[in-house]
Design a binder for this molecule. Structure first.
Ligand SMILES: NC(=O)N[C@@H](O)C(=O)O
Ligand code: NI
Length: 170
């Protein structure tokens, strides 16, 4: 869909304070560290609160992402009620994060309620359990380390946005 037919939502640089209602930003900036391993490394500790229900377990995966074509268009929102989901770029690729506190019922509500952030490629994010978000939107080809909940039972609710003509202004 050409950009002139899309309703473009504004994007903000990702920052911990603005993202706090949705989860944590995983970055060294703004966090204390302490020397470990005889001073050969600095540890920036406990940067995200990873969650999994008692039936599940936390797992580490790698997503090998293609660069999204622009203009970015929004296809769906999803949420994982049984656990958190963290993404950390491994190759410095910037990515877009789209979140919502409530599931929008219309394009108008989505335009008012969706929050869009852009990671600078040195920042990762951790979605709290149950936070509505768009699936990964990477701006560059690269790998992401992903920590999320695996286990029995459904853990992905989805709503379709593909017909709402929503895009991201980058
Ligand atoms: N499908 C999958 O594992 N990833 C999504 O949950 C996502 O948020 O990208
Ligand atoms: Ni997800």
């Amino acid at each position: 869909m050409s950009s002139d037919k899309l309703q473009l939502l504004p994007a903000l640089p990702l920052c911990a304070k603005a993202f706090a209602p949705f989860g944590q930003v995983i970055e060294c900036s703004g966090h204390a560290s302490y020397a470990i391993n005889a001073g050969s490394s600095q540890r920036f500790s406990d940067l995200a609160q990873l969650e999994a229900d008692t039936d599940g377990r936390l797992a580490l995966s790698i997503f090998r992402a293609n660069a999204q074509r622009t203009p970015l268009t929004l296809s769906c929102l999803e949420r994982h009620p049984r656990g958190s989901q963290a993404f950390m770029p491994l190759n410095g690729q910037a990515f877009v994060v789209v979140v919502a506190e409530q599931a929008p019922g219309s394009a108008r509500q989505a335009a008012e309620s969706l929050r869009v952030f852009v990671s600078n490629g040195c920042q990762g994010i951790n979605f709290r359990s149950g936070v509505w978000h768009h699936p990964l939107l990477s701006l560059g080809a690269g790998d992401f380390l992903v920590a999320d909940r695996l286990g029995p039972g459904p853990n992905c609710e989805e709503i379709d946005l593909s017909s709402w003509g929503l895009g991201i202004a980058l």
